[in-house]
Design a protein around this ligand. Structure first.
Ligand code: PEP
Length: 244
């Protein structure tokens, strides 16, 4: 099981360091834990964290170093010894217009540089209402599953229904299990049964101390990507322990 904490564009330097200090108390036995501060805070948090919690960037460029104002490249993250990056978060897709082709290019560049990636997919409320959940996720995965560098050792999928992110509306266990199982079956068809079985699929979207236990118990849920609750150390600890 793997639990990610996506801090998004939150926290001051002091608050990020305080949270990192609290994370050093986490019991990470049997659970991989990764947290993603804003890029500016990554080296500060890295210096504060002990080994039990890994670091992720929340984004990276698509084409290495060069004339890409405002970007941070995958190779720069690797040089800083940042092991993970989140790619394809719905906030990047929506606010920054990142499309499936760009995201597949980012994923390929990140894997080429040696990063491990949490790759996010998920449908909007209207798409779920129209019965298109799996179709949308499959479309978001099309370029990704074609990449020769895509392996379960290097990529974790995060199923994050857009309507559940930051809204307090969490997928029901049945909705989460159905979608995770459908995505795993799709990966089995496109790649192999072995890749699908080894692939870890996180659920993300309003995960909290109150709902994590029943979601963590689902057979195809292999951890969580947590936004809001990852900013509260005690609640994040409860979520991590639900995956142990
Ligand atoms: C996220 O940002 O990936 C997320 C799932 O946010 P939240 O837990 O706040 O819904």
């Amino acid at each position: 099981m793997i639990v990610g904490g996506n801090w998004k564009c939150n926290l001051t330097r002091a608050k990020a360091l305080e949270l990192a200090e609290q994370l050093n108390e986490l019991d990470t036995t049997d659970v991989e834990v990764v947290v993603a501060p804003v890029a500016l805070h990554v080296p500060l948090v890295q210096a504060k964290l002990k080994r039990a919690v890994s670091l992720a960037a929340q984004n990276c460029g698509f084409a290495g170093n060069g004339a890409y104002t405002g970007e941070v490249s995958a190779e720069q993250l690797v040089a800083l010894e940042v092991p993970w990056v989140i790619i394809g978060h719905s906030e990047r897709r929506t606010h920054f217009r990142e499309d499936d082709d760009l995201l597949a290019a980012k994923l390929d560049d990140a894997l080429k540089a040696g990063l491990r990636v949490i790759f996010c997919v998920g449908e909007s409320h209207a798409e779920r209402a129209a019965g298109q959940t799996v179709e949308v996720c499959v479309r978001q995965l099309a370029g990704v599953l074609r990449l020769p560098r895509f392996t379960p050792a290097r990529v974790v999928l995060a199923y994050e229904p857009v309507w559940a992110i930051g809204t307090g509306l969490v997928a029901t266990p049945a909705q989460a299990q159905q979608t995770h199982a459908a995505l795993r079956a799709h990966v089995a068809r496109e790649r192999s049964a072995e890749v699908a079985a080894r692939l870890r699929i996180q659920y993300g979207g309003s995960v909290s101390a109150a709902n994590c236990a029943e979601l963590a118990a689902l057979p195809d849920v292999d951890g969580f990507l947590v936004g809001g609750a990852s900013l509260r150390a005690a609640e994040f600890a409860t979520i991590v322990r639900s995956c142990a």
